[in-house]
Design a protein around this ligand. Sequence first.
Ligand code: AN0
Ligand code: CP
Length: 316
Amino acid sequence: MKLFSSVNDVPDVNALVKEALHLKQNPYAYKDLGENKTMALVFLNPSLRTRMSTQKAALNLGMNVMVLNMDKEGWALELRDNVIMNGTSVEHIREAAAVMGQYADIIGVRSFPGLKDRDEDYGEMIFNKFVEFCGVPVVSLESATRHPLQSLADLITIEELKTRSKPKVVLTWAPHIKPLPQAVPNSFAEWMCKADVDFTIAHPKGYELCTDFTQGAKITNNQDEALADADFIYVKNWSAYEPYGQIFPGNEDWMLTNERLKITNDAKVMHCLPVRRDLELSSEILDGKHSIVVHEAANRVWAAQAVLKRMLEANH
Ligand code: AN0
Ligand code: CP
């Protein structure tokens, strides 16, 4: 594997999930694989889980790790071609990515969408330029439209904790005060559509996701209808795809509570984190027996480790 940016980069999703669960049982079994190899983690936006879990995964494989908080510590990057750089940007992505490729054997990149220009965001301009110019394998640490390490960890978690062979999985929109990217729900949807689950998406009118990611999913504007008999509920806010990056007032009653869970099949509640308590998700759920958000975050290590292992093996 030379690129991990979406579910489409994975030839056999089930095999990758099995590999991750095997690594969870044997974290150091491949610690020689990454000897004398360097992983660079490049952040254009904040992160807790992705940064720490991917670093830990690389260390478990024996790699060295360098982290660059580009947004705070790097030079301001120019992304456009054919511009005279007489403004605030100091360095062009062409040189910056090419130089990083000289120092690292694998590069991870996090670059959120601007949520202003849909074509630019959905064209994955920043992420694709890193891939083009760095010349080494690249892992997405969340790009403008997808968060594949998160989705793989989510699938691992469902596989691990399911109590029936084809569980009902519901992705439900949740309230927020800020416009958030569609990357997490897009990505979760495209992974669930490839997994052996019964998958439903629930959101208020106006928050339809790009249909490229939701082929095969049931979609409803009725949250209770979606929650009935659910085994896993994936809670996430996102802004509108059309009009792009917008949020609409109202819909506060979409926040999940214990009362709402009564109609589920004793559902387990997931969230990628960070989560705003009592806005996106109620404290009573986060602190109660239904929440598996910390377990889910723990599985980020095994997701990253399975992907990095495949990349190291491909390069041997
Ligand atoms: C980001 C998002 O919604 O994409 C990162 C989630 C992993 N969340 C926030 O910006 C709060
Ligand atoms: N879920 C997730 O990616 O968290 P961070 O933004 O903290 O990395």
